[in-house]
Design a protein around this ligand. Structure first.
Ligand SMILES: [Zn+2]
Length: 188
């Protein structure tokens, strides 16, 4: 989280990146009381996340949308004529080294984002298998839902932030669902 200097215009920006480089994982004891949540989310008060934009990875994005909507139906929707945009997706040639995708959420106070974008690095995405592309999309959507990186509850979480380790499949872990439930029931 980084404070911008133009106070009163934009308060904060959260940048959350999915990376490819493995690192050593420290052992962590059970931490039942820790919630891995962001101060910002992009779901509106009607409990919808309305997206628009374009990407080369549209089938993967749609799979990511379906992954979350299969758990809570109808939350994530493509922008229509009567919806207000919550996030715009796009591709860039590359991001910071080793970054697959980047979610950028701008907000004044903790709560619903003022604006949000997801950018995919074509350089890194093109190296990934289909299942990993799907995981990358599901992971970024998790940030839009208000979920933070979770480095402590297992590499098979969608919200684990290193896709080199998150190789199992594009399936929500019970802990991903727990955090989404918390956001859905308490924050949106
Ligand atoms: Zn992330």
């Amino acid at each position: 989280m980084k404070e911008k200097l133009k106070k009163g215009v934009i308060g904060f920006i959260i940048l959350a990146a999915l990376i490819v480089v493995p690192y050593t994982i420290a052992n962590a004891s059970a931490r039942y009381y820790v919630l891995y949540l962001l101060d910002v989310w992009s779901v509106d008060s009607g409990k919808h996340l309305d997206w628009n934009g374009n990407t080369n990875y549209m089938s993967n994005w749609n799979t990511g949308v379906q992954t979350w909507n299969n758990y809570k139906s109808g939350v994530i929707r493509k922008d229509g004529a009567f919806t207000i945009n919550d996030v715009t997706i796009s591709d860039v040639n590359s991001l910071t080294a080793n970054t697959v995708a980047l979610t950028n959420q701008t907000y004044r106070n903790p709560g619903k984002s003022i604006s949000a974008t997801v950018q995919f690095s074509k350089t890194e995405m093109d190296k990934l298998s289909t299942v990993k592309k799907n995981i990358a999309c599901s992971h970024e959507i998790g940030h839009l839902l208000g979920l933070d990186e979770n480095k402590n509850d297992g590499t098979n979480l969608i919200m684990f932030n290193i896709i080199a380790y998150n190789t199992s499949n594009n399936v929500l872990h019970n802990i991903d669902k727990f955090h989404y439930d918390y956001m859905y029931n308490n924050k949106y």
